[in-house]
Design a protein around this ligand. Structure first.
Ligand code: IMP
Length: 178
């Protein structure tokens, strides 16, 4: 654990998740949105977010794989490995993302979902690594904007490790391998 440096404590994340839930609840009044989580990284955020939402909603997940440039860089390509099992035509769909980096994965997903004609399509991302953006993607609800560092914890992994950590950490050892 010595190579991990705290970026956001569990308390800071909790406060931000509560703030996001308030914004979502306010905007979706009278509606029953479908919260669509992007696996695997979203699992912890999704679980905490929905516990703060006192409104009718449904939950669904998709899994996307990205491959390419190495373990601490996301690839330029995305692929759907687990698709939707619920029709979304006419639904208010809110994508729940752990982190947006280059934006390529989200861009792919948005294009895929728009073709299915949802009534509305919005994005909630807990972490926005804005300096790394390669394509412009709309993010309606942002938790934290973070710099160009590789982070782990709160659902996010390095080589499938560290997902269970309750805070967000900067993984120092990856710097030399980037
Ligand atoms: P994008 O397509 O480049 O925006 O990549 C999005 C995906 O890359 C996220 O859903 C994560 O799975 C992964 N990712 C990007 N940055 C990080 C990071 O700093 N830590 C862990 N995973 C990351």
């Amino acid at each position: 654990m010595s190579e991990l440096q705290v970026l956001f404590s569990p308390e800071e994340i909790r406060a931000t998740v509560e703030r996001l839930a308030q914004e979502i609840q306010r905007d979706y009044q009278g509606k029953s949105p479908l919260l669509l989580g992007v696996l695997k990284g979203c699992f912890m955020f999704m679980a905490d977010l929905v516990r703060n939402l006192n409104m009718p909603l449904e939950i669904e997940f998709v899994a996307l794989s990205s491959y390419g440039r190495g373990r601490t860089k996301t690839s330029g390509k995305a692929e759907l490995v687990q698709g939707l099992r619920t029709p979304i035509k006419g639904r208010d769909v809110l994508i729940i993302e752990d982190i947006v980096d280059s934006g390529l994965t989200l861009d792919f997903l948005l294009k895929h979902l728009r073709r299915k004609k949802p009534a509305s399509l919005k994005v909630c991302a807990l972490f926005d690594k804005a300096p790394r953006r390669e394509v412009t993607v709309p993010i309606d609800y942002v938790g934290f904007t973070i710099p160009d560092v590789f982070v782990v914890g709160y659902g996010l992994d390095y080589d499938e490790k560290y997902r269970q950590l309750p805070g967000l950490y900067f993984l120092k050892e990856t710097e030399s391998s980037r």
